[in-house]
Ligand binder design. Structure first.
Ligand code: MG
Length: 165
């Protein structure tokens, strides 16, 4: 097969990320942030490659579609209370956003969990923007999803580097 057919799920997942203000380059920069201390010669292109491979996985696309859909419905006021308020306020004890994100982290094994926890605390780059509660956008699910994609891509990169070295 010379040409990869992008299905409707993958197409929508990629389109929604872009429409919600997240480029693959933004996520690649998070991977760079996580991995450059272990791989000093790391290039952003390598990070980008790994982000793209993570997003090509169906489990990841499912999480992206589910999370962004809930953010959108919350923005439009189309969820019922009390869930609407919980998601709008991004309540600390809610935690379902993190659970959906973990289905992404899971794809590349346990090393991803450490990266996910770390990046969620540091909130570098695009994560700081998504975490900003000002304005009328809801990113309760998206911030965790983006952090999880970066964590999974970091694990993939680390595993591959290990095989090469
Ligand atoms: Mg969240």
């Amino acid at each position: 097969m010379t040409e990869k057919k992008i299905n409707a799920v993958e197409e929508k997942a990629r389109q929604w990320l872009t429409e919600r203000g997240v480029t693959l380059n933004d996520i690649a920069e998070l991977v760079y942030f996580l991995q450059v201390k272990y791989h000093p010669n790391l290039e952003l292109d390598t990070c980008l490659e790994n982000v793209d491979a993570v997003i090509a996985k169906r489990e990841v696309q499912n999480a992206i579609l589910t999370g962004i859909q809930l953010d959108l419905l919350a923005e439009q006021g189309k969820l019922e209370q009390p869930l609407l308020g919980i998601i709008e306020r991004d309540e600390g004890l809610y935690g379902v956003d993190e659970i959906i994100a973990l289905s992404i982290v899971n794809v590349y094994g346990s090393i991803g969990f450490t990266n996910y926890g770390y990046i969620d605390k540091q909130k570098p780059g695009i994560l700081e923007m998504l975490n900003d509660k000002e304005g009328d956008k809801c990113h309760t699910f998206l911030d965790d999803i983006v952090g999880a994609i970066a964590a999974a891509a970091s694990s993939r990169l680390a595993h591959r580097a290990e095989n090469v070295e």
